[in-house]
Write a protein that binds this ligand. Structure first.
Ligand code: SAH
Ligand code: SF4
Length: 379
């Protein structure tokens, strides 16, 4: 008989599932403590659970992590994992330690259907949505391996922040995303505050509104252009949800958001969107709307993109133009670049199922080292 992976459940779902077999609601909290706070996968070791419940779990449940195909450590302490999600697909997660916080960048899909022109995940096409258990398995694995690696005791947390900025468009996998977010926030599990969990989206407008109602965590919006013509080219989803609609959704979200501003991500592409004129257009676009911050991400190149990173001076000038107008603009530091762990370089391995590319393994050139570790799978 197949067993249920407990990483699939948020608390409400676990309570329901246990109730079907007559187990009381408080047992769900105990099980969550063992699994998500102590990293225990072995039911025999969950000593405070009543013996009959342990026996029942042994028969019906499991706590199943994802197989690790490769782990790479950067000189700067960044760790990247390549996880096998079956049928020739793999996804990546990145642990980014800093002085004041440790952030985990989590994937939501195997590949991505949004096809942004500057993103290597987008270049691979799309295979499938990850399940809640596969999203949470990334966090579970990273939290408990890094707790050990950092010499932290029980009760101390390795990961202080989660960003849904790995592979995939999280708001295109809404049904699996929300229970995963709830477990991240749950005091009986990871207990992260809403401002320490960020969903990054290329702008799926109706789902921004649903997230506001269902689980309003911090929102980051991938803008990348100050006008529709340019954004249509860089982020094809803009043709469906143009800037006016996207910005209106951001404004609605603010009423629910854990912070009083929206973060816009802006990937700096040499000669494409990085001139002082673009910065002024962006200010004009946003004038009189709502509080925002801008996170400038120097483009991380990958083979075949045909795009170049903006020179540091141009990035600094862009940031200065925004700053002079009173907008907080930060330039994202590149982390883990010796292991291709930077934004937009996460390639994993994806068997593209969309008609755009047909049914074949798409090259994963950007993650050469990681993909080379999968025997017989390098394209
Ligand atoms: N799909 C979501 C989240 C994943 S991408 C989104 O698009 O927001 C996380 C961030 O990395 C996004 O802002 C994305 O635009 C940016 N990004 C993608 N490719 C990049 C690249 N090659 N260089 C720098 N940033 C990139
Ligand atoms: Fe998908 Fe985000 Fe990459 Fe665009 S930038 S292709 S939405 S992962």
């Amino acid at each position: 008989m197949s067993t249920v992976n407990l990483l699939q459940f948020d608390k409400a779902a676990l309570v329901d599932w246990l109730a079907q077999a007559g187990h009381k609601a408080f047992r769900a909290r105990q099980v969550m403590h063992w699994v998500h706070q102590r990293g225990v996968a072995d039911f025999e070791a969950m000593t405070e659970l009543a013996r009959p419940l342990r026996a029942w779990l042994l028969e019906h449940a499991c706590v199943r992590a994802l197989p690790v195909l490769a782990e790479q450590r950067s000189r700067d302490g960044t760790v990247k994992w390549l996880f096998d999600v079956g049928a020739g697909n793999a996804v990546e997660s990145v642990f980014i330690p800093e002085a004041s916080r440790n952030t985990l960048c989590v994937s939501s899909q195997a590949g991505c259907a949004m096809a942004c022109s500057f993103c290597s995940t987008g270049a691979q096409g799309f295979n499938r949505n990850l399940e809640t258990s596969e999203i949470l398995a990334q966090l579970w694995w990273a939290e408990f391996t890094q707790r050990l690696a950092l010499g932290l005791g029980d009760g101390e947390r390795a990961i202080s922040n989660v960003v849904m900025m790995g592979m995939g468009e999280p708001l295109q996998n809404y049904g699996a995303l929300v229970p995963a977010l709830r477990v991240m926030l749950d005091d009986d599990a990871y207990g992260l505050s809403r401002r320490r969990v960020t969903v990054s989206t290329s702008g799926v407008v109706p789902m921004i509104d649903r997230l506001a109602r269902d689980c309003p965590v911090a929102l980051a919006v991938s803008l990348h252009a100050p006008d529709d013509a340019l954004r249509d080219r860089l982020v094809p989803l803009n043709r469906k949800y143009p800037l006016a609609e996207l910005l209106a959704a951001c404004e609605r979200y603010l009423a629910f958001a854990p912070r009083d501003f929206i973060t816009f991500e802006y990937c700096m592409l040499d000669g494409v969107n990085d001139s002082p004129e673009h910065a002024r257009e962006l200010l004009a676009l946003m004038r009189g709307r709502f509080a925002w911050k801008c996170n400038l991400i120097p483009f991380n190149p990958f083979p075949g993109s045909g795009l170049r990173r903006s020179p540091a001076q141009r990035v600094a000038a862009f940031a200065a133009t925004l700053a002079e107008a009173g907008v907080v603009a930060t330039v994202r530091k590149t982390r883990g670049d010796d292991i291709d762990a930077a934004c937009g370089q996460l390639a994993g391995e994806v068997l593209d199922r969309t008609s755009r590319r047909g049914n074949r393994v798409v090259a994963i050139a950007a993650s050469g080292a990681a993909s080379a570790a999968i025997p017989g799978r390098t394209a």
